[in-house]
Design a protein around this ligand. Structure first.
Ligand SMILES: *[C@@H]1O[C@H](CO)[C@@H](O)[C@H](O)[C@H]1NC(C)=O
Ligand SMILES: *[C@@H]1O[C@H](CO)[C@@H](O)[C@H](O)[C@H]1NC(C)=O
Ligand SMILES: *[C@@H]1O[C@H](CO)[C@@H](O)[C@H](O)[C@H]1NC(C)=O
Ligand SMILES: *[C@@H]1O[C@H](CO)[C@@H](O)[C@H](O)[C@H]1NC(C)=O
Length: 468
């Protein structure tokens, strides 16, 4: 009863669109199949979300949904590794405790999810140890499970989080493109997999792979957005949730997959076919592919399994109304503004929200002034690089290279140590392109920049947090 009541209160304003893959009804049984796979090795699945907090509900919802899909598709539990902070199901803001939904009127996707690494264990060091199979490093952390892949195995990594130029966010650490790339190269050299597929939902997701991911190491990445774009959230639910339940890219590929559950032609749908449907269905951002395109001709079921069920008739795929999502950079502000429109709002709550908004605006301008200050001091010291870097408000589009990462990482770490957390202030993530450009222009520039960072941040308020 309570559930019905709550769900009926749901105000839906932003939706997702799920397209459909054209099915080919030729008999897939002619294909060599082993278990729920058309592939002979083991299938490993790594599901990760690097965000936390109620405002990022959607990321953990996406990952839980992915768990349901691979589990139902027959991937053995021991081959699924899940990393999520796990602060949503029992969050004090959750009106239905213990349940997480990835769409309005949907199923509880939290049900049965086995989480291997939660809370502080969700960090970049652990993630890299997990994918590279460093069992020793993980033996006393979480479940200790790692990818123990071999030369015939496939690995599917689904990573959903906030991102910025050249890195993905964990709650308190960063995963930089060069670190990820090193891990991939080691895994390839050590024969840890036959084929690897990455589905990445994060703003600037393309910047981790564009010009970086090797075309010949049997790894392909599909990203929700290009190198210089935000990704988009969807399924906003107002009172009593005031948060987004999903993300465009994740929800689209997963609802597609759900719609084919039990239909055995799903076994043959290739990664490219899935990609083209998802790309077409999403018009807010550009869904991109990088790396080794040979992987595109593999059946997606080699990575995520599939469910064969002869008795089930092919379901008609219902096309939803096309609605646009919301840029991840606007999500938090939208939620606060929406709460303010609730006419049952108490005066106290209203004034809290207004205070939050005005504080947020103040903090935004502090952050912006600091970045602007650092930028102009660096450019005063080295005016010749302006041509490469561009204006603070209009940085040039530079291709990241592996060579620039030590410099960039050093600057990012210094800003985090001396100024404010970048991972805990989503507002900052859309403003780091210019620092990446500095390192593209001169990969030794970090010493100069770090000094100026420390100087500019010497007198700013302590504990700037959750600025959106
Ligand atoms: C269906 O698949 C078969 C075998 O893979 C192929 O020969 C045929 O052309 C496909 N048909 C369509 C409509 O894609
Ligand atoms: C990640 O967590 C582990 C414990 O789970 C800890 O030993 C390690 O230092 C952490 N790394 C980072 C980058 O926070
Ligand atoms: C196959 O589909 C039918 C009809 O939807 C269902 O009753 C049955 O439980 C399914 N079998 C499996 C093994 O999923
Ligand atoms: C900047 O300050 C941090 C401490 O906040 C310090 O660890 C670092 O060495 C300083 N960097 C430079 C270049 O002065």
């Amino acid at each position: 009863m309570r559930i019905l009541y709550l769900i009926s209160m749901v105000a839906l304003s932003i939706g997702c669109f799920a397209g459909s893959v054209q099915k080919n009804d030729s008999n897939p049984k002619t294909k060599r199949k082993i278990g729920n796979s058309v592939y002979e090795g083991k299938q490993w699945v790594v599901l990760v979300t690097g965000s936390s907090g109620w405002e990022n509900y959607r990321h953990q919802a996406d990952i839980c949904h992915a768990y349901q899909i691979v589990k139902a598709n027959g991937i053995p539990e021991e081959n699924i590794i899940t990393m999520m902070v796990d602060d949503i199901a029992y969050n004090k803001k959750n009106p239905i405790k213990g349940k997480i939904y990835n769409k309005p009127y949907g199923h509880n996707v939290y049900k049965g999810v086995k989480i291997d690494y939660r809370a502080n264990d969700v960090n970049s060091t652990n993630f890299l140890n997990i994918i590279t199979g460093n069992k020793e490093a993980m033996q006393s952390v979480g479940s200790g499970k790692v990818v123990e892949g071999g030369p015939h195995d496939t690995i599917f990594v689904n990573f959903v989080t906030h991102g910025s130029t050249g890195f993905l966010s964990f709650p308190d650490s960063f995963l930089f493109a060069d670190e990820l790339n090193n891990a991939f190269n080691n895994m390839y050299t050590n024969g840890n997999f036959a084929k690897m597929l990455l589905y990445i939902e994060a703003s600037y997701g393309g910047s981790l792979f564009d010009g970086i991911l090797n075309e010949r190491t049997n790894i392909m990445a599909v990203t929700a957005s290009g190198p210089r774009e935000n990704s988009y959230a969807c399924y906003y639910v107002g009172f009593p949730y005031y948060t987004f339940l999903g993300d465009d890219f994740s929800v689209t590929w997963m609802e597609n997959s759900d719609s084919m559950y039990g239909d055995f032609s799903a076994a043959d749908i290739t990664v490219f076919e899935d990609y083209s449907v998802v790309r077409e269905a999403i018009d807010d951002s550009n869904v991109m592919i990088y790396g080794d395109y040979h992987i595109g001709n593999e059946p997606l079921s080699s990575f995520i399994g599939y469910q064969e069920n002869d008795s089930q008739s092919t379901k008609a795929i219902s096309k939803k109304t096309v609605m646009s999502g919301m840029s991840s950079k606007d999500v938090d502000e939208y939620s606060v503004l929406d709460q303010l429109t609730n006419d049952k709002l108490t005066a106290i709550k209203k004034s809290e929200l207004e205070t939050e908004l005005s504080k947020n605006n103040r903090m935004r301008s502090i952050i912006n002034n600091i970045f602007r200050d650092i930028y102009s001091k660096v450019l005063t010291a080295t005016p010749e690089i302006k041509e490469i870097v561009g204006e603070y408000d209009a940085p040039h589009n530079q291709q990241l290279t592996l060579k620039m990462f030590p410099c960039y990482r050093s600057i990012i770490n210094t800003i985090s140590d001396s100024c404010f957390s970048l991972t805990q202030n989503p507002y900052t993530l859309d403003r780091l392109n210019v620092f990446a450009n500095l390192c593209v222009a001169d990969n030794q520039i970090h010493e100069l920049v770090n000094n100026l960072v420390n100087e500019s941040c010497a007198n700013i308020p302590k504990n700037i947090i959750n600025v959106f």
